[in-house]
Write a protein that binds this ligand. Structure first.
Ligand code: PLP
Length: 436
């Protein structure tokens, strides 16, 4: 059998209202019902184009990068580095060296906590986060504060789940060594005013970390316009593979930070007496990276660009408004997170029914949602609920998906005999896709 060295034959994304037909996994039945996938905040599905890109890598190019002088290694290196430039353009970083490949948003946050944090935070210093953070943006700072005898300050939120900017500002001062906030809350859907937060923090000389795990698949992110110092994202939450993510950092800061992990590729030279480190971004990429995952992430960026983030944002905005209106009509249902600036999340509790029961019954109806604390226990405690049911949207979801969710919730109510009301007659418009 000959070697396949033809140029990449990838599946072209066909433009449609939802792009749904490009996602093979969505085309299946679960428990005999058509799958309605509403768990996109946990992980998004992958378009054929991403699957093809990774398959192509293993079938045609597979080799280690930055090391070999042979053709396969050069090809793999080229595709890996092309993905870095795609990400650079995607978030409008000033330089490709500011893009560091990591495992996901969690690793990006830990990298900064362990390097920047350990170097700059001392006893009595303060780190400011918000009350709506994911555990990934709480625990690394807690570990750092514990080790350094520093203080973690929590900026409060209101009943809608919006950050109280005035209160946040009051927490800033000469002791603030870092501010780290979520761009879009995974538990509530709140979009935080991160550019304003960065301006406030910078007035006090504190760098700003933005956890963008839930933002990049739903809105255009421009790290230079936001003027954030660090930004983290996860590939699998933006239609790319798991095990790959990005830490963006301003070069001036990254250059001054010590390495995170030691190993191959992050060095410039090694002797037993002394090791000197590689330049950015390689200083922070020790060992063989997730090459296929990185290439898959590059393909996911291509895919998103092809559909267009403006279009995605407008479509999802309408879909969220539709979903909110439908859920609000259900007796006994309380939405958790009603921020005026909100993206893609419908988190709720249903009177008299545990969210796990809601999730289990919805699953029998083919509707996949997440139930639990969504790795954001403190914010749910703040709302006085141990768990919610969360439906989270992506651009391939439709009004029919929302209708299936609503019908499933009425089924739950029927089974539990709770509250008044069977499902009202359906809105005739709801059969259409929002952006068709
Ligand atoms: N931050 C937010 C807001 C998230 O929603 C998540 C995952 O759900 C993370 C961070 C962690 O992402 P990952 O598990 O991909 O590292």
């Amino acid at each position: 059998m000959g070697l396949v060295t033809e140029p990449r034959a990838m599946t072209e994304p066909r433009a449609s209202a939802s792009g749904r037909e490009n996602f093979p996994v969505l085309d299946q039945r679960v428990h005999g019902k058509p799958l309605v996938y509403l768990d996109n905040a946990a992980t998004t599905q992958k378009p054929q184009m991403v699957l093809d890109a990774m398959n192509q890598f293993y079938q045609v190019d597979n080799s280690n990068i930055h090391r070999g002088v042979h053709e396969l290694s050069e090809r793999s290196t080229r595709h890996y580095e092309e993905a870095r430039v795609k990400i650079q353009r995607f978030i409008n970083a000033a330089d490709w060296r500011e893009i560091i490949f990591v495992r996901g948003a969690t690793e990006g946050i830990n990298l900064v906590a362990y390097t920047y944090g350990r170097r700059h935070v001392q006893a009595g210093d303060e780190i400011v986060i918000s009350a709506m953070e994911h555990h990934s943006n709480i625990v690394p700072w807690q570990i750092l504060c514990e080790e350094k005898q520093a203080i973690l300050r929590i900026a409060p939120i209101n009943q809608r789940g919006e950050l109280l900017l005035d209160e946040f500002e009051k927490l800033l001062g000469p002791r603030t060594k870092l501010v780290s906030v979520v761009h879009v809350s995974n538990a509530l859907g709140t979009i935080n005013p991160v550019a304003e937060i960065a301006r406030m923090a910078h007035r006090h000389g504190a760098p700003v970390f933005i956890d963008g795990a839930q933002a990049v698949a739903h809105m255009k992110v421009d790290v230079q316009a936001l003027d954030c110092d660090f930004y983290a994202l996860s590939g699998h939450k933006m239609f790319g593979p798991t095990g790959i993510g990005v830490l963006y950092g301003k070069a001036a800061l990254l250059n001054k930070m010590p390495p995170y992990q030691g190993g191959g590729d992050m060095i410039s030279s090694v002797t037993f007496a002394k090791t000197t480190y590689n330049d950015l971004p390689y200083k922070f990429e020790a060992g063989t990276p997730n090459i296929a995952g990185t290439i898959g992430l590059g393909a996911a960026v291509d895919y998103i660009n092809e559909i267009g983030l403006d279009r995605i944002q407008a479509y999802e905005h309408e879909l969220l408004a539709y979903g909110t209106a439908q859920l609000e009509r259900i007796p006994g249902l309380r939405l958790i997170g009603t921020a005026r600036e909100k993206a893609s999340v419908l988190s709720f509790v249903l009177e008299g029914v545990h969210p796990h029961d809601v999730g289990t019954i919805l699953d029998r109806e083919g509707v996949a949602v997440r139930t639990g604390h969504h790795c954001a226990q403190p914010v749910l405690e703040w709302f006085g609920v141990p768990a919610t049911t969360r439906a989270s949207l992506a651009f391939y979801n439709t009004r029919q998906d929302i209708d299936a969710l609503v019908a499933g919730i009425y089924k739950v109510k029927e089974i539990f005999g709770c509250g008044a009301g069977s499902q009202p007659a359906r809105d005739s418009q709801s059969r259409q896709e929002v952006s068709s």
